[in-house]
Design a protein around this ligand. Structure first.
Ligand code: IMP
Ligand code: MG
Length: 196
C-alpha cells in the first residue's frame, strides 16, 4: 500500500483489505491494451473515439490515451447503474449524453473501469449502434465475470485489463460512496466499511 489518505471513512490503509492490482501492474495493462487498440484499428478508415464513462474511468482513460499511437478523439458519457454503496439498481440511466452528429464516421471504444453485471456496457453498445456509430468496441480495466447477469453471461469486452474475483474494489478511479478514487492502485475494500 502507499500514501495513506484520510477519507470520511478514516485512514485509507485501515479501509483496505489488500492491494489487488498495483500501480506497476496497471502500467503494464495500459501499455498492453494501447498496443491492442493500435493493432485493431491500424487499417480503419474511420476516426477513433475513446468514450470515457464518467466518473470511474477517468483515471484509466487518461493513462491509456497517452499510450495509444493512433490519433484519437475523446468524449464522455455519464451513466448510473448504482443507487449508492455496493448494490446495483438494475437499470441504466443516461445522466450525460454524447451530443455528436458524426457517429457514423467514428470507431468508438467505450472505456470502462469495471464490468460487473454487464448492464451498463451492453446498454451502451446497443445505444451507440442504434445511433449509427461506425463500430463499437468495449475496453475495461477490470472484469468480474462471476457477477454477470444470467442473460448477459456471454457478454465480453474486446479489451480487458484484468479479471478479478467477486470483491468490491476501489482506487484508480473506482469509488465507494465517492471516496478513494485518487488511489494509484486498485484495492479490495474491507467489508466492515460498507457493512457499517
Ligand atoms: P454493471 O452495469 O453492473 O456492469 O456496473 C458497472 C459499474 O458499476 C461500473 O462502471 C462501476 O461504476 C460500478 N461498479 C461495479 N463494481 C464495482 C466495484 O467493485 N467497485 C466500484 N464500482 C463498481
Ligand atoms: Mg463506472
Amino acid at each position: 500500500m502507499s500514501e495513506a489518505k484520510n477519507t470520511i471513512y478514516g485512514n485509507t490503509d485501515d479501509c483496505i483489505e489488500r492491494v489487488l492490482v498495483s500501480a506497476e501492474q496497471i502500467d503494464e495493462i495500459t501499455t498492453r491494451i494501447a498496443a491492442e487498440i493500435d493493432a485493431t484499428y491500424k487499417d480503419s478508415e474511420n476516426r477513433l473515439l475513446l468514450l470515457c464513462i464518467l466518473k470511474g474511468s477517468v483515471v484509466f482513460m487518461g493513462d491509456l490515451m497517452k499510450k495509444i499511437k493512433t490519433p484519437v478523439e475523446i468524449d464522455f458519457m455519464k451513466v448510473s447503474s448504482y443507487h449508492s454503496g455496493t448494490v446495483s439498481s438494475g437499470k441504466v440511466n443516461i445522466m450525460l449524453d454524447i451530443h455528436r452528429k458524426d457517429l457514423s464516421e467514428l470507431d468508438i471504444v467505450i472505456v470502462e473501469d469495471i464490468i460487473d453485471s454487464g448492464r451498463t456496457l451492453s446498454y451502451l453498445v446497443n445505444y451507440l449502434k442504434l445511433n449509427g456509430a461506425a463500430s463499437v468496441r468495449c475496453c475495461t480495466l477490470l472484469d468480474k465475470p462471476e457477477r454477470r447477469d444470467s442473460e448477459l453471461k456471454d457478454f465480453k469486452a474486446d479489451f480487458v485489463g484484468c479479471v478479478i474475483p467477486d470483491e468490491f474494489v476501489i482506487g484508480y478511479g473506482l469509488d465507494y460512496d465517492e471516496q478513494f478514487r485518487a488511489l494509484p492502485y486498485v484495492g479490495i475494500l474491507k467489508p466492515s466499511v460498507y457493512e457499517k
